[in-house]
Design a protein around this ligand. Structure first.
Ligand SMILES: Nc1nc2c(ncn2[C@@H]2O[C@H](COP(=O)(O)OP(=O)(O)OP(=O)(O)O)[C@@H](O)[C@H]2O)c(=O)[nH]1
Ligand SMILES: [Mg+2]
Length: 382
């Protein structure tokens, strides 16, 4: 490889790690339903109906499985048989059922949504077989539908973890759930989404999706975070995780302190889809065990409820327009403090219960009192 690149005098660039995950969350297939068989005018015979193409939900599959099961990406159902002397009613064409993972939307090429599959065994017709020929259509069987469809996987989880790389999102997921995500001290450790389940003593379960970190410019497709933000669109609430020490992607990139990272995340969410700013959001300020964290946290705490007062300090390219609002702010050490994690688990549950009850962000105002009451308990709660 080295030689070839030398001979050809161009460097072969190694693919970035975050592009190597092998994880796919969209897949295009071409589906073709069967055409209807012709009718037999002499005996008033009706041609068989063309077979339909269905998608069927299977919880154990991934889109990678579907891709390898249908390498040609063209899937056709059988045609209906013609009506004959022996079979006045033509035999219908066989249907085809494609097993797909649950939690997908099905779209056509022009972006129209054909439907969703969210449960095991759920079925949807994606190409309808042509009608058999009969007296009203001159006994000519109709052509079955055919088109390409896009399967768009969206993780279904209650809470979506959003933050810069290395902030501790996976550490949070690991601490609150049984999940065992990879954790490391370098950015882009998580390269594909993971879902963990938080279990409570009364058997209540809440799902949380850990997503690859966002970076500045994610909205213009920098890094891979943008691709995964679509999963956040479906979660009931967002859990923003920031490192109290701030973040620097590399020595070539500017250092961003903790407050800057909050502003930048605000901007990225807004640029991706401003509706995300209306989603109930909680913020966790992580790594409070590190020396000097308290002073840094106090600085952030002063400003965090008035983000827009500070927008003017940021250049226009990174300045958000609408400030994020946090229903809850919690300073924790996800790695070292078990009590913090218990408090976090309970706060998440309380917030999520309100989401389910009211499904309205405004209702969170009523939570303020609860938050006040809980102030004296648990970690530094604003
Ligand atoms: N001191 C300290 N370190 C922490 C804490 N939480 C996480 N870390 C460390 O921070 C580093 C990054 O943690 P991850 O959980 O992998 O971060 P992430 O946000 O998932 O990162 P990406 O997957 O790259 O987006 C690891 O070295 C963790 O051990 C904490 O509370 N305190
Ligand atoms: Mg991670």
């Amino acid at each position: 490889m080295v030689y070839i690149s030398k001979i050809l005098l161009f460097p072969i660039k190694k693919q970035r790690k975050y592009l190597q995950s092998g994880f796919i969350d969209t897949l295009r297939l071409f589906v073709k339903a069967g055409s209807g068989g012709n009718g037999l005018p002499k005996f008033g015979g009706v041609g068989g109906q063309g077979g339909n193409v269905y998608l069927v939900g299977n919880e154990n599959l991934t889109l990678e499985n579907v891709r390898s099961a249908h390498k040609t990406k063209k899937i056709a159902a059988k045609h209906g048989r013609n009506s004959t002397h022996n079979f006045i009613l033509g035999v219908p064409g066989e249907n085809v059922k494609i097993e797909v993972p649950t939690g997908i939307s099905i779209l056509t090429d022009d972006g129209a949504k054909l439907g969703e599959i969210n449960k095991e065994g759920e079925e949807i017709i994606v190409a309808k077989g042509g009608q058999g020929g009969h007296s009203k259509n001159d006994y000519i069987g109709r052509i079955g539908e055919s088109h390409s469809i896009k399967l768009d996987l969206k993780l279904i989880s209650d809470i979506g973890l959003v933050g810069f790389p290395n902030a501790g999102k996976s550490t949070v997921l690991k601490a609150v759930s049984q999940a065992n995500p990879k954790i490391a001290s370098y950015p882009f450790t998580t390269i594909r989404p993971n879902v963990g389940i938080i279990s409570y003593k009364d058997l209540r379960q809440i799902s949380m999706a850990d997503l690859p970190g966002l970076i500045e410019g994610a909205h213009i497709n920098k890094g891979m975070g943008h691709k995964f933000l679509k999963h956040v669109e479906r979660t009931k609430m967002i859990l923003l995780v920031v490192d109290v020490n701030g973040f620097q992607l590399s020595p070539q990139h500017p250092f961003r302190n903790c407050f800057d990272t909050i502003i930048l995340l605000n901007k990225e969410l807004e640029m991706y889809n401003p509706d995300l700013l209306n989603k109930p959001t909680m913020i966790v300020i992580n790594k409070m065990d590190v020396e000097g964290a308290n002073e840094k946290y106090l600085e952030v705490k002063k400003k965090i409820n008035h983000l827009s007062d500070y927008f003017g300090e940021y250049p226009i390219e990174i300045r958000p327009e609408i400030p994020l609002k946090f229903q809850q702010i919690l300073a924790i050490s996800a790695q070292t403090n078990k009590e913090d994690i218990e408090v976090l688990k309970n706060k998440l549950r309380t917030l999520l219960d309100v989401c389910y009850q009211d499904n309205k962000v405004d209702e969170f105002k009523t939570l303020k009192d609860t938050i006040e009451l809980q102030k004296e308990k648990g970690p530094r709660l604003v």
